[in-house]
Ligand binder design. Structure first.
Ligand SMILES: C[S@@+](CC[C@H](N)C(=O)[O-])C[C@H]1O[C@@H](n2cnc3c(N)ncnc32)[C@H](O)[C@@H]1O
Length: 263
């Protein structure tokens, strides 16, 4: 897939680890050298796909994202979709195959997640994932062998893309993981075209104490409005249940969901 027309002219990049685009001046390779690719992390990441095997209750979350995309765009449209903080690629896995003329890009700061995403999205064989370290049953997925997806290692707070290039930008469970949520939102909206669709979800469970006070659901809506997003839908309370093990231990994430369009 050719994503060159979206990439900022001054952004430098190269291909690593099976075609992943590294926008970070070797940060991806450093992650490999530092041994950050651990099987335990890969297993944890795969739980996003485990929901398809009913190992948790996040299907409402992922299906809502897919429905917004399917309602907004015709199947043959040449849409450009960016999933920021794509992690192991579940949103891309669910949606890219429905839009053969579309181009989907996933950006994440973690190479381990992108390597997992690469193997899930590009496989042409049935995929079985071992979750036995949590005593959970294995996950089996149909191969999709998607040729219209690109993956890049990069920073959500400084996206390597031009202004106004994507028809749809997704922030699924991202904002509470970043160190500068305002910048992250600003960047996602900057690269969205006017009339483009912005899909946002988060449990607002911020990593850094100082951030909690500025980012309630209402404050996030206000920040989006100031950045020219007209909020069309907002739900605060969708439950994402994350399984920990086969005994029934779990954690419930109370999820804020917002969908809007850029003016
Ligand atoms: C909870 S996961 C969500 C994954 C995926 N969006 C989903 O909903 O299944 C959060 C992801 O955000 C990524 N992330 C955290 N900080 C980031 C940053 N500054 N830039 C890009 N990705 C980031 C993490 O590496 C992780 O893959």
């Amino acid at each position: 897939m050719n994503i060159n027309e979206c990439i900022n002219l001054n952004a430098s990049y190269k291909l690593i680890a099976g075609g992943i685009i590294d926008f970070t001046n070797n940060c991806g390779e450093q992650q490999i050298e530092q041994g950050l690719i651990r099987s335990k992390e890969v297993t944890a990441a795969m739980i996003a796909y485990g929901y398809q095997n009913k190992l948790g209750f996040a299907e409402g979350h992922y299906n809502t994202i897919s429905k917004y995309i399917a309602f907004r765009f015709a199947k043959d449209e040449k849409i450009k979709v960016l999933d920021v903080g794509c992690g192991p690629g579940r949103v891309l896995y669910d949606n890219a195959g429905h839009f053969n003329n579309g181009e989907f890009i996933g950006i994440d700061s973690s190479l381990v997640s992108l390597i997992v995403a690469n193997s899930m999205l590009r496989s042409d064989k049935k995929i079985t994932v071992d979750l036995s370290n949590r005593s959970l049953p294995p996950v089996s997925l149909e191969p999709k062998n998607l040729s219209n997806v690109s993956l890049g290692i990069g920073d959500a707070c400084g996206l390597p893309f031009k202004d106004n290039v994507f028809d749809c930008v997704i922030n699924s469970y991202l904002i509470d993981r970043v160190s500068d949520p305002f910048k992250q939102l600003q960047e996602s909206i900057r690269v969205l075209k006017p009339n483009g669709m912005f899909i946002f979800s988060s449990p607002l469970n911020f990593k850094e104490n100082a951030i909690w006070s500025g980012y309630s659901a209402e404050q996030i809506c206000r920040i989006m409005s100031a950045q020219k997003i007209v909020v069309k839908e907002m739900h605060d309370g969708m439950v994402w249940r994350k399984p920990f093990d086969n005994r029934g231990n779990y954690i419930d994430w109370k999820t804020l969901f917002i969908m809007g369009f850029k003016q």
